[in-house]
Design a protein around this ligand. Structure first.
Ligand code: CA
Ligand code: CA
Ligand code: CA
Length: 272
């Protein structure tokens, strides 16, 4: 084997190795939020056929012990965002006989400080009849309400249709009250997939009020960023902005005007 072939082989092996590594490390529950097109009416239900059609979704099983122990509940979560807010729709399959009007959906975010505490914590909870809760300052056991230090920035409602729990939740990407997450468009949040992993935790789930425990799992959330297609210019299409294009258009117009003037002069001379 000559040096060139050996070099190609090494590059091939490195490429394949990297692909396998990335695929092995990829989070199992990636939720890619979509850019919001249709508005959400927070009634805890799919209000009309268009309301959530523009969102992306992830399917996962939630359970006790961070999704590792029963009961396991088949869950689907949709997400979309605009520049200001994140919108989530939960659909959680739940046994009819265990239904409880006090069961609630939640999402929480933890950033560990490298030892036993946290740099930042934020939890959002919505009940079926509303009563959203916005919390922070988790110490590993207890959450503190944002109020009075900050504000309650959570909105949403839910209901049970006999097969599924449905919840809608709205939260600012960055409320600025110092008690909430600070999410930015285009960024990825939540890398942990195990309770002993000290990477960022982003967990979603259901609080079973009658049992007194969380049924949950880890997700990774990618916040959508706006693209040029998301902004419809007022009055029609975007005008060409490149300098060469502008000069080309001006020259075409100038030639057209000169041709018209020349034709007029020739016509007038013929008449005279
Ligand atoms: Ca709705
Ligand atoms: Ca909070
Ligand atoms: Ca807050």
């Amino acid at each position: 084997m000559n040096a060139k072939k050996a070099k190609i082989l090494i590059l091939l092996v490195l490429t394949v190795t990297q692909t396998v590594y990335v695929s092995l490390c990829e989070h199992p529950h990636i939720l890619r939020s979509a850019w919001l097109v249709n508005p959400v009416y927070l009634d805890g239900d799919i209000t009309d056929a268009k309301e959530w059609i523009d969102a992306e979704s992830v399917e996962l099983n939630i359970g006790t012990n961070y999704g590792r122990s029963p009961p396991f509940l088949e869950t689907k979560i949709w997400a979309k965002n605009d520049l200001n807010d994140l919108y989530l729709l939960y659909r959680i399959e739940f046994p009819y006989g265990s239904y409880d009007l006090d069961d609630q959906a939640f999402i929480y975010y933890l950033i560990y400080n490298g030892t036993s505490g946290f740099i930042a914590t934020d939890k959002s909870t919505v009940g079926q009849l509303g009563s959203p809760q916005d919390q922070y300052d988790y110490d590993g056991a207890i959450w503190i309400n944002d109020i009075p230090t900050g504000e309650n920035n959570v909105e949403g409602m839910g209901h049970y249709d006999g097969t599924f729990y449905w919840f809608e939740l709205k939260k600012p990407l960055h409320s600025g009250d110092m008690c909430d997450w600070l999410f930015e468009t285009g960024e990825t949040y939540g890398y942990a997939n195990s309770p002993i992993d000290k990477s960022e935790h982003l967990c979603v789930g259901l609080y079973d009020e009658s049992q007194g425990y969380n049924i949950q799992n880890f997700i990774q959330l990618i916040i959508a960023k706006p693209s040029i297609e998301d902004f419809t210019p007022v009055g029609g299409e975007l005008a060409p902005v490149q300098k060469a294009e502008i000069i080309r258009v001006l020259l075409l117009r100038l030639i057209t005007y000169l041709t018209v003037i020349l034709c007029c002069i020739v016509s007038v001379k013929k008449l005279i």
